[in-house]
Design a protein around this ligand. Structure first.
Ligand code: F6P
Length: 459
């Protein structure tokens, strides 16, 4: 069997005891099963990092090879170009884009450093799978250095529409660099279509058939691979959590009130300010709901050095204070907002206890939380999922109550509809959502990508 080499910006190095989220959860099982190496940033920052060789460690059959970043690289490559420029651009949020040429220059140089450090570790029978927006230039850098092994690339964020992409500094170069891979994977059919449109219009690639592009004589397959969770395992964790002390305390504190629940990173793409406004509008429009509900939102702090994240935090703090001050009563706090993350089993239990999962990102590549919410429910007495129609997950979970995350009245009405929903309708909607995810797994997602990558590269 070929050795799998995963390359991603952040590597969940085992010694840090990190609680993996997002990409890390999805890839961990795949690597553990296939055996292989995970290469990337170890999460540390050090002035000498650029001169140090990769550190190696082994855990559960996986080799981790990681490098550090210098403070300037962290500022310009990670905080700057990756998260202040590309992240909002990929999510079509132009008002959040901040662009500095020096940050772009560091973005290129860090990608070059990833390439230089990875090259000596590669073996002829490797299969290389690069992940996400931090590493757009890497397929081309590896090819230019003589790498002939199969290269796959998966984008976890949305791929923006062509006019949005035009705001990307060097957007054309990124496209041409990606086109050096053998297989490019996207979360939704719209993302794939946006990429094909941009590649043919801007980069001069030629569409050979619906999922094959030819660029300067090189054949590139393009495919849609919605990221999955492990629904059965998550369901077991959620059911087991129901008896925990945490859950008993939360349940007792609700005093019979319905629980509305959301959990996200505190990120401008997650639509948290609009979500709170939608909740407040519900209390305004349906005043009989006062005292009947509690909204618990976990918004774990993330990327705290990016200006737009700092601004969001300030805005939310004001909004939370006002909402509770204006709407609260002596014995009722409408909103509980926590910025500390909670362990995954506890979150799974909160999801199971919730009457409503309220997940309304402005845009999201997939949103695994929505899938987790469905998996966490008690099939006999499920909660209702209110989901942004702009999350990739809405393509599969279309039996949820889909909302426009900017429409406060629409979110208020959806909350009211969910609160009043008859049990039979709840079960029917939940069952349809469950059927959409129940037979898929994160491992299956990874294996289907790798299978296509191998067969494409062999041709
Ligand atoms: O959604 C993209 C992603 O990179 C996830 O994989 C990850 O969990 C999250 O963003 C946080 O990323 P980071 O803390 O590395 O910026």
């Amino acid at each position: 069997m070929k050795r799998l080499v995963i390359v991603s910006n952040r590597v969940p190095v085992p010694k840090e005891g990190l609680r993996p989220g997002g990409l890390a959860v999805v890839l961990k099982d795949l690597l553990a099963r296939q055996g292989g190496m995970w290469f990337g940033w170890n999460g540390t920052c050090h002035p000498d990092a650029a001169h140090l060789p990769p550190e190696h460690q082994q855990a559960e059959g996986v080799e981790y090879a990681t490098i550090g970043l210098t403070p300037a690289e962290h500022r310009n490559y990670y905080t700057g170009f990756s998260n202040a420029t590309l992240w909002p651009l990929m999510h079509s949020l132009p008002e959040h884009i901040h662009f500095e040429r020096r940050e772009l220059a560091t973005y290129w140089s860090v990608n070059q450093r990833f390439c230089e450090n990875l090259l000596p570790l590669l073996r002829p029978d490797d299969i290389i799978w690069i992940h996400d927006y931090h590493l757009l230039p890497l397929p081309a850098l590896l090819r230019r250095s003589g790498v002939r092994q199969p290269i796959g690339f998966f984008l976890h964020t949305p791929f923006p529409a062509p006019d949005m992409l035009a705001t990307a500094p060097d957007g054309g170069t990124f496209l041409r660099d990606l086109l050096r891979a053998d297989l490019l994977g996207f979360q939704t059919a719209d993302d794939t279509a946006n990429f094909i449109f941009a590649a043919t219009r801007t980069a001069g690639a030629v569409l050979k058939d619906e999922d094959t592009l030819v660029f300067e004589g090189h054949v590139v397959r393009v495919g849609t691979f919605p990221v999955e969770i492990d629904p059965q395992a998550f369901a077991r964790v959620a059911a087991a959590a129901a008896d925990s002390q945490d859950l008993k305390r939360l349940s007792g504190s609700l005093a019979g009130r319905k629980l509305i629940f959301g959990v996200d990173r505190m990120d401008p793409t997650k639509g948290l300010d609009h979500r709170l406004a939608g909740y407040e509008r519900m209390l305004e429009t349906y005043p009989e709901r006062e005292r009947q509900v509690t909204f618990l939102q976990i918004a774990a702090e993330s990327r705290t050095e990016v200006e737009s994240y700092k601004a969001l935090r300030k805005k939310l703090e004001l909004q939370i204070g006002k909402l509770n001050a204006h709407r609260g009563q002596a014995d009722w706090t409408p909103l509980r907002f926590l910025t500390r993350g909670s362990p995954r089993p506890t979150v799974a239990g909160y999801m199971r206890l919730a009457d409503i999962g309220y997940i309304t990102p402005l845009r999201d590549g997939m949103n695994l939380v929505a899938k987790e919410f469905i998996a966490a429910q008690d099939p006999e007495n499920p909660g209702v999922l209110i989901l942004s129609r702009l999350a990739g997950a809405a393509n599969q979970l279309d039996a949820a109550l889909l909302v426009n995350p900017l429409d406060h009245d629409g979110m208020a009405d959806a909350l009211e509809r969910a609160l009043a929903m008859p049990a039979a309708e709840k079960r029917e909607r939940w069952q349809a959502c469950w059927n959409a995810i129940a037979n898929r797994t994160a491992l299956g997602w990874g294996l289907s990508f790798l299978k296509l990558l191998e067969s494409t590269a062999r041709k």
